[in-house]
Design a protein around this ligand. Structure first.
Ligand code: ZN
Ligand code: ZN
Length: 276
């Protein structure tokens, strides 16, 4: 979850994700989200606001008795499949897949979203792991000196600071950008390669240009259905200590064209969580 800039409990993260995706029908609020944060060893099943608290206890039992035992032995696919089946069985009363398929429509739609949400979460995780792995491979690939063609060597993290600027060192400390320093053993050629973190709260500073700035924003004027709003963001640089504010526009609100359309469902935080 820290990869996505979240620290703390899984519950607010799940509620935020649920509402950002608008899972479930907007009128019935019958969506369900299974969120597995593999490396935090935490999971949550978040339910749409339409269920109130009626599902909390049964879903907690499914997490504790069906999913977590599988996760404890690293059988994530089995745990997710068995957990999804158990939730479907509980909410629809249907256990046989055939009768489930026949009843596709009203209730089943929610579970299809539920399954898709799980798959999407796993896909996002897989894509990120793949990107990280690929980047690590490329980062450490051998490279040659552009001056004399001899093999470059990389400074250790502990000793590279003497080659970096104060701004680059600040970026390293804030983990917004990682720098590799390569040097030639024959001549004094030095190459600095910079890798920006995929997920960081630090952006580029308007004054010094380093990725050492964080922003805090507040709404000056809320957007309505007839006019746009205004937001002011105060930026503060941890490197050059510049402080400045930027005013931006909040887009005008729009009403969804058809009621009862897919998506737009909300959660008010109901559900259950587990860890392993
Ligand atoms: Zn060289
Ligand atoms: Zn700055």
């Amino acid at each position: 979850m820290s990869d996505y800039g979240h620290s703390g409990a899984i519950e607010p993260f799940a509620t935020g994700l649920f509402n950002a995706w608008g899972i479930g029908d907007a009128d019935r609020n019958d969506g369900l989200l299974l969120l597995v944060s593999r490396f935090d060893r935490e999971l949550r099943i978040e339910v749409g606001a339409g269920y109130g608290s009626t599902l909390n206890a049964p879903i907690q039992r499914i997490i504790d008795d069906v999913i977590v035992p599988q996760f404890k032995r690293d059988a994530y696919a089995d745990g997710i499949a068995a957990g999804v089946d158990a939730v479907i069985a509980h909410v629809t009363g249907n256990i046989e897949p055939q009768s489930f398929v026949e009843k596709v429509g009203e209730k089943a739609r929610a579970f299809i979203v539920f399954v898709i949400a799980g798959v999407v979460s796993i896909l996002i995780l897989a894509v990120n792991l793949g990107r990280k792995f690929y980047r690590r491979l490329r980062r450490n690939a051998p490279r040659n000196c552009p001056v004399d063609g001899s093999r470059l060597r990389k400074y250790l993290e502990e000793t590279e600071d003497e080659q970096l600027s104060s701004g680059q060192i600040a970026e390293e400390h804030l983990a917004s950008v990682d720098h590799d320093v390569w040097f030639c053993t024959k001549c004094d050629h030095i190459e600095i390669e910079s890798y920006k973190a995929f997920f960081t709260k630090f952006g580029a500073c308007r004054e010094c240009g380093y990725n050492t700035v964080t922003g805090k924003s507040h709404v000056i004027r809320h957007a309505t259905y007839s006019s746009s709003g205004l937001r002011e963001t105060y930026y503060n640089c941890r490197h050059c200590h510049a402080g400045y504010s930027v005013i931006s526009t909040i887009p005008q609100k729009t009403r969804s064209s058809s009621s009862g359309s897919r998506g737009g469902g909300r959660s008010s935080g109901g559900g259950a969580s587990g860890s392993w």
